[in-house]
Design a protein around this ligand. Structure first.
Ligand SMILES: Cc1cc2nc3c(=O)[nH]c(=O)nc-3n(C[C@H](O)[C@H](O)[C@H](O)COP(=O)(O)OP(=O)(O)OC[C@H]3O[C@@H](n4cnc5c(N)ncnc54)[C@H](O)[C@@H]3O)c2cc1C
Length: 424
């Protein structure tokens, strides 16, 4: 039906409380006498372009599976505040509604449906609860709704706080409309968003660093200080990766160590000074990390850009990396003489065709993220029938240990003795 209509009209709206471009698509699947097979309006709303994402998070981790970033209601059992936006409905009428989502525990056939959410239209919930079926991403039908012409408010209303997810919403008054899937969806998404077929060129650089964690920041700063023109491409809107306020793995010191202690000096400029792990978000000093990077005039910083393709020459050498601007879907190409994969999981190498292996077994190694504390009184926690029932002994190496962090004594925390859970 999409192809048959051939009369999509895209409109872009500049809205948004924090000033970013909200790209909202309006596709018209009928109207014109010249296109008699088309009998309705179809509206496509990307969840990541909502004006206010409330308590939901913009998740980029599965962009290549989903086809775009999506909104995730990660509330640790407390429902997240609504994500809200306003759409322009061109003609009053009855619209069928779909949300692109999945039941994230269905893959394991686990009981319960933790990712449930509602779609509110002008404050009223549709009767369907979304996120309740399907192990894979799909368009879950949500019934029909009568819409007036003009401004209509949409909201994603989380019901659980346990990771409900929504990629996009479609509304159509065309009785024959079927939401596209697979490659047709990727093509339709570009058309609906009014995006060009080819990515725009974001520049030519001496060095393109992909990933803005500790490795990426230090690499970019070091190269810039040696007069290289650097692009730093980071998918999140903060720098630091595992060591950012979003993940909160503390740096613990020990950066000035070994044979070449000066290598750690750049890291010391932006490393956190969190007193413990886990620590509060502010201890991870995201702003300081960004300030260190922004001070370097040779670095162009591209936050919110997810690298999703790498082009190579005949010898297999990387010539460019293409990244998706995560809120708009716009693609940008970064050309360079050198590339540094600082994604923490080698994705640029994999995209460029390098050999790699993913181990299916034995990946649950020691980790200090498994953290608990004892409370005097029992604490409330919602029932989680889908969760694994684990004992302390199921976590490898979770004994408390004292680890001495090394160093040459010249760093501010180089010889600190710290208490940690098994990181050594
Ligand atoms: C559970 C756990 C506990 C740990 N505990 C400690 C500890 O106590 N002390 C310690 O010193 N170290 C600890 N570590 C190790 C430490 O966190 C890592 O060594 C360090 O964060 C690695 O830094 P990085 O910059 O290489 O990668 P990361 O911190 O992973 O940063 C990579 C960045 O690249 C971004 N990225 C990924 N893919 C893309 C893409 N396609 N496009 C654009 N950007 C992308 C990511 O969003 C991220 O911001 C721990 C690690 C884990 C996982």
């Amino acid at each position: 039906m999409l192809e048959r209509c051939g009369c999509w009209l895209g409109r872009n709206f500049l809205t948004g409380v924090d000033g970013f471009m909200k790209r909202f698509l309006l596709a018209t699947a009928c109207l014109l006498a010249a296109a008699p097979l088309c009998r309705g309006e179809t509206l496509f709303v990307e969840a990541e372009t909502f004006e206010d994402i409330g308590g939901w998070s913009l998740d980029t981790a599965f962009t290549q599976i989903v086809g775009s970033p999506y909104l995730l209601a990660h509330g640790l059992g407390k429902p997240c505040a609504d994500a809200t936006t306003t759409i322009d409905v061109p003609a009053a009428g009855k619209y069928r509604v779909w949300a692109r989502t999945k039941d994230w525990v269905a893959h394991w056939k686990a009981p319960g449906t933790p990712g449930r959410f509602q779609v509110l239209v002008d404050g009223k919930p549709l009767t369907t609860e979304f996120g309740t079926v399907g192990a894979d991403w799909h368009w879950q039908p949500g019934g029909e709704v009568e819409l007036p012409a003009g401004k209509v408010k949409l909201a994603l209303h989380d019901l659980t706080g346990f990771d409900g997810r929504c990629d996009a919403i479609l509304l159509s008054s065309d009785a024959g409309f079927q939401p596209p899937t697979g490659k047709a969806l990727a093509t339709a998404r570009k058309k609906w968003l009014g995006l060009p077929d080819q990515p725009e060129v974001a520049g030519e650089y001496d060095l393109v660093v992909v990933g803005g964690g500790y490795a990426g920041i230090a690499t970019a700063v070091s190269a810039a200080r040696q007069s290289l023109k650097v692009a730093l491409v980071q998918d999140r809107f903060v720098l630091g990766g595992n060591g950012s306020s979003e993940v909160r793995v503390w740096a613990q010191g020990g950066t000035l160590r070994g044979k070449y202690p000066h290598l750690g000096e750049i890291v010391e400029e932006f490393a956190d000074h969190a007193p413990d792990s886990p620590a509060a978000a502010e201890h991870f000093a995201d702003a300081r990390k960004e300030a260190v990077v922004r001070r370097e005039k040779n670095i162009s910083l591209f936050l919110g850009h997810f690298a999703q393709a790498a082009e190579t020459d005949a010898e297999g050498k990387i010539t460019s990396v293409t990244a998706l601007e995560v809120r708009t879907g716009r693609e940008r190409v970064f050309r360079g003489k050198l590339f540094c994969d600082c994604t923490g999981h080698g994705v640029v190498g994999a995209l460029a065709g390098a050999a790699y292996r993913i181990e299916p077994q034995g990946r649950m190694g020691m980790s200090n993220m498994w953290y608990w504390q004892h409370e005097a009184e029992p604490q409330d926690w919602p029932a989680t029938p889908w969760a694994l029932d684990l004992e302390v002994g199921d976590f490898p190496n979770t004994v408390k240990s004292r680890s001495k962090i090394g160093g040459n004594g010249s760093g501010n925390r180089a010889s600190t003795r710290i208490q940690s859970t098994s990181w050594s």
